[in-house]
Design a protein around this ligand. Sequence first.
Ligand code: KG4
Ligand code: ZN
Length: 390
Amino acid sequence: MGAMILLSIETSCDETAISVLKVAGDFPDAEYQIIGNALFSQVDIHKEFGGVFPTVAKREHINTIVPMLKKALDEAGLDLEKRSLSDTQKDYLKELLIREDTLAATLIDFSDRHGLPKIDYISVTCGPGLEPALWVGVNFAKALAYLSDAKVIASDHMEGHILASVFIDNKIAPVAFPALALLVSGGHTELILMTAWGEYTKVGQTRDDAVGEAFDKVARMLDLPYPGGPEIGRLAKMARSENLPEYVKLPQPMVNSGDLDFSFSGLKTAVRYAIADKKLSDAEKQALARDFEDAATAVLIKKSIKAIEKFTAKSFILGGGVSANTKLRADTANLNRNDLFPDLHIYIPDVKLSTDNSIMIALAGHARLEEAMSPNDFISQIKADGNKSL
Ligand code: KG4
Ligand code: ZN
């Protein structure tokens, strides 16, 4: 088969992202060419509220998804086919996007003015994530599929994070199985055993907060802006370069629990107690951020070591937004630089692909191309699923 055009959509949390890829070959041996990539991060809007409110995220997705489509398509430079839509078509689009108020009108206007290129496949994140946010992407995919007659794949956000980590030089790396994936994001902390592409078993997960959530909450306690992950990393780095002494001894919850589960709410509470009602100096804040980062990464790495041993994993894949953390990246890279696992293949995502993006959703869609549905089937059968699980 010749190259196909795959358009991908990601709206699970607070980034609105659309990519256009030219794909030649079958998964996992294909060549991927990113010909258009547009991402709008809503962080500045959510900063005001100190976190992501799903209804605010939904509104922002509605406002920015067509501009992202325009940007991605402009970049891709594909021939657009202008066409005036009939009243029946317009009415149907309005019906598909009934809960996205202004979006139908914006898309109809876009189609009238610019038209659409020939798209073979659309891959859209259907979950997990914030449901009101996910629905914008899912319904937009329905509308685009209807307009372009593309086939649609209901993609999994976490599978996208896994694939982002092994996306090297526009190809999927030849991963040796069994592989273990440690997925760390704002909503998830889980260890996934992979025996082949598409064959996943969750072998460990958090029993309370996700590690990214703990980063964000600790950052709030230290009066740092949202999202807290990068801020904690920044302060921790200063503490390390200054060699600041330990501010407080923090627990490493569940390291000896005997299973592969995690817990981060106790660690977060320990930080809260350490601050109490004290006014911390900048140096104290830096030291505490470093202590927290040390404790959180230590738990992640120790549990990962147990899992790699237990399943004699040949590969280790780090993925999800928290994989942007410098300390976690360094400790992960060290897993095969000691006597423990000298032969372990380690995959850490490019920092640009660590946090949410739509390139990873294109890859997740291509990995499940055989599940692609006709526009009609997708429209009638697919729902956003906030709790979707691999
Ligand atoms: O995967 P992601 O972009 O969105 C979700 O699917 O949740 O992950 C977002 C999470 C947030 O909790 C954010 O604070 C965290 O990833 N994060 C980081 C860093 N960059 C983002 N955590 C630690 N260090 C970072 N550099
Ligand atoms: Zn994510």
